[in-house]
Structure formats: C-alpha cells, structure tokens
Write a protein of this length. Structure first.
Length: 186
C-alpha cells in the first residue's frame, strides 16, 4: 500500500480533497532527524549508545483542510508523538525523550501578514508541491530541545557532578589573572 507520507501533492489539492490519514512510521523514516541524533550520540561512548532507537514508532495523524472560507489558504492540522533518544547535557548519558506535538499550520508559498491566522504556524512551501513526511520531519526537529536534560537530577548518571564542575571551570576566575602573570614573567 502506498504511504501517504511520501506522496507529493499540491497543498491546494490536499486541502480540497480533505486528505486525512493516521499511521505509524518509524524514526528511521526521517533522515535528517537520524543525522541530528547520531551527531548527538557521538559524545556517548559507543558501548553505551542505545541500539534500537531508530525503530521507535512515530504516531502520526494528519488532516488537510482550508483555513479560510474562500478556500485560498491550505492548512494542516494533526498530532505527532514519538520517543527519541537524546543526550542529557547534565550527565552526558543518553535517555528516552518523549515528544508530543499538535500541528496547526498554514501551507504558504510566501508568508505575508494578511494571511497570518491566530493559533496557526506557517510552513513555507518550497516549490509547487509538498510531501507530508517533510512537514512532519520539520515539526519533529523543531520540537527537539536545544539542551536536553533528564527530567530530574535524580535520574542523572554519575558524570552529572563532574559536568557541572567542568562548566564552572569554564568561568575560571583566576585563569585570566594567571595568564597575565605568565606574560609578565615571560
Ligand atoms: Zn542527566
């Protein structure tokens, strides 16, 4: 069966026929998301990296519609949920990070102020057609936290304190003074 996530179509066409579907994908369907996560996991020793994260389910429900009565602005509403692996920035250990999001987007070729609608974000259509997978992937990437951390410090691994110390180190109040002294002595 065809995967509606992969079908390219005009946004107007999707809105007009009220294209809607619900399906379960996998993290491995999203190439850029994989790249980001793999880069993140490079800081984790190889034997400590989780193995099966690419197979985690991504639950997707999408529905296309018109945002306006004049049927000029295609819109997309939906829900996405999954669990991605992230590296805690406090203890540098990988952990499962649940992501859940609600989409309300206008699909626009160019965003001008008159088309902005309350509660909707704007997804810029590049070219003529859209591929639902790309929209879902963008939404997932935007939902990634800039700095992932375990929900509570109690869940952090033993490195947490060392990382915290290292961060303190970067302030190093005496470092500058020391380098000045070295210069004077040199
Ligand atoms: Zn942690």
């Amino acid at each position: 069966m065809a995967n509606p996530l992969l079908d390219r179509a005009l946004p107007e066409e999707l809105a007009e026929c009220g294209q809607a579907f619900e399906l379960q994908g996998k993290i491995e369907d999203f190439r850029r998301l994989i790249e980001i996560t793999e880069a993140d996991l490079k800081s984790v020793a190889e034997h400590r990296r989780p193995r099966e994260w690419r197979a985690a389910a991504v639950n997707i429900r999408l529905g296309f519609t018109w945002a306006d009565a004049r049927r000029e602005i295609p819109a997309l509403e939906g829900e996405i949920s999954t669990t991605i692996v992230a590296v805690c920035q406090r203890c540098l250990e990988p952990f499962d990070l649940p992501l859940e999001m609600t989409l309300k987007m206008l699909l626009l070729k160019s965003a001008d102020a008159t088309t902005v609608q309350a509660g909707f974000e704007i997804w810029e259509v590049k070219g003529e057609t859209v591929r639902p997978l790309d929209i879902v992937e963008d939404a997932l990437i935007m939902a990634l936290p800039l700095s992932a951390v375990h929900e509570s410090r109690d869940l952090c691994g033993p490195l947490a304190e060392k990382v915290a110390d290292d961060n303190k180190e970067t302030v190093r109040p005496f470092a500058e003074l020391r380098s000045q002294m070295n210069k004077l002595n040199g």
